[in-house]
Design a binder for this molecule. Structure first.
Ligand SMILES: *[C@@H]1O[C@H](CO)[C@@H](O)[C@H](O)[C@H]1NC(C)=O
Ligand SMILES: *[C@@H]1O[C@H](CO)[C@@H](O)[C@H](O)[C@H]1NC(C)=O
Ligand SMILES: *[C@@H]1O[C@H](CO)[C@@H](O)[C@H](O)[C@H]1NC(C)=O
Ligand SMILES: *[C@@H]1O[C@H](CO)[C@@H](O)[C@H](O)[C@H]1NC(C)=O
Ligand SMILES: *[C@@H]1O[C@H](CO)[C@@H](O)[C@H](O)[C@H]1NC(C)=O
Ligand SMILES: [Zn+2]
Length: 272
């Protein structure tokens, strides 16, 4: 695992990722892909909303704290460790465990929710150890509201210095995630590989202005990074891909139960 992390770290650090054009000048799959990330998420366009959590999937993060160090890569601020697992629980089959060894940040956010960009977006990168090449990302939004985020404080303290970082603290006391979006997408940096399963937690987390400025100074607040662009890729076409919203009651929530059933089966098959 240690060797894998070192290789991953080296690869990430040596890649040159330019945000001068917001990624519009990236080539290959970044240009010709059809399931690219990020996209604009709109509740009015989400294909279906599942209100009953006993009949939809639920995320159970179970990450371990670790004494570790965060640092800049060529395009982000990343914190590496053997973080542990997030369990994806299905209503009627065994859960799967996704393993994480890294998380990193984008500022401003890459995805938008109902037309809004957030000050910060964190990506917890995961894979299913039983499925070679599988990639999953859990995205978490933060927005300045004057409240200090305890987890982000830990991340900031870890800059170039070993400190205790408890990844569970990002969930702010929640032991499970029931409100989230789920869809197919890609890496948001070259080579923009597709086949990435995205989860986006729909509950936006606290951030204070000085915490926002910690990230801002690397990217949008740094004219030599990308001419005051952030390290967020421009929005990509959704191309009719399905975006599922879980766990939130809404006027639009009641749809045909049979199609819900079919969807859950389809997702379960995909994830297994
Ligand atoms: C898209 O780009 C990749 C990488 O260059 C290439 O392998 C693939 O054939 C291209 N696909 C299409 C449909 O042009
Ligand atoms: C949720 O679904 C389960 C199983 O289908 C059912 O037993 C339960 O009554 C439902 N709960 C609500 C609040 O609809
Ligand atoms: C902390 O991370 C290191 C490096 O990934 C790993 O070897 C170690 O087991 C981890 N410690 C704990 C307590 O998880
Ligand atoms: C590094 O972290 C340790 C432990 O939290 C702390 O005592 C020390 O002051 C930090 N050093 C710097 C340069 O921030
Ligand atoms: C600003 O960006 C340049 C180019 O990427 C980088 O070398 C420098 O360290 C950045 N400054 C800060 C404060 O991160
Ligand atoms: Zn990312």
């Amino acid at each position: 695992m240690k060797i894998f992390c070192l290789i991953a770290l080296t690869l990430v650090s040596s890649l040159h990722v330019s945000y001068h054009e917001g990624g519009d000048d990236w080539t290959d799959t970044c240009q010709n892909g059809t399931l690219q990330s990020p996209i604009a998420i709109r509740d009015s366009e989400s294909e279906i909303i599942l209100v009953n959590t006993t009949s939809s999937i639920v995320l159970y993060p179970d990450f371990k704290p670790n004494f570790t160090m965060g640092h800049m890569t060529s395009y982000s601020f990343a914190v590496y460790s053997d973080w542990g697992n997030l369990a994806v629980a299905f209503p009627s089959k065994p859960s799967i465990n996704l393993h994480s060894s890294a998380f990193h940040f984008h500022s401003p956010s890459e995805y938008t929710l109902n037309g809004k960009y957030f000050d910060l977006e964190m990506h917890i990168v995961m894979k299913n150890p039983n499925v070679q090449g599988s990639l999953y990302v859990l995205g978490i939004f933060f927005d300045v509201n004057g409240k200090t985020n305890n987890f982000i404080s830990q991340v900031i303290e870890s800059e170039s210095n070993y400190t205790d970082v408890n990844l569970m603290d990002v969930f702010n006391g929640n032991s499970k995630i029931e409100k989230f979006y789920e869809f197919e997408g890609s890496l948001t940096t070259p080579p923009c590989t597709e086949g990435v399963k995205w989860f986006l937690w729909s509950e936006v987390q606290d951030l204070d202005e000085s915490q926002r400025n910690f990230f801002h100074k690397f990217w949008a607040g740094n004219s030599s990074f990308a001419g005051n662009n952030g390290n967020n890729r421009n929005l990509q076409e959704r191309n009719d891909r399905l975006v599922i919203k879980y766990g939130e009651s809404d006027d639009m929530s009641i749809k045909l139960e049979f199609s819900v059933f079919l969807l859950v089966i389809a997702i379960s098959l995909y994830l297994s």
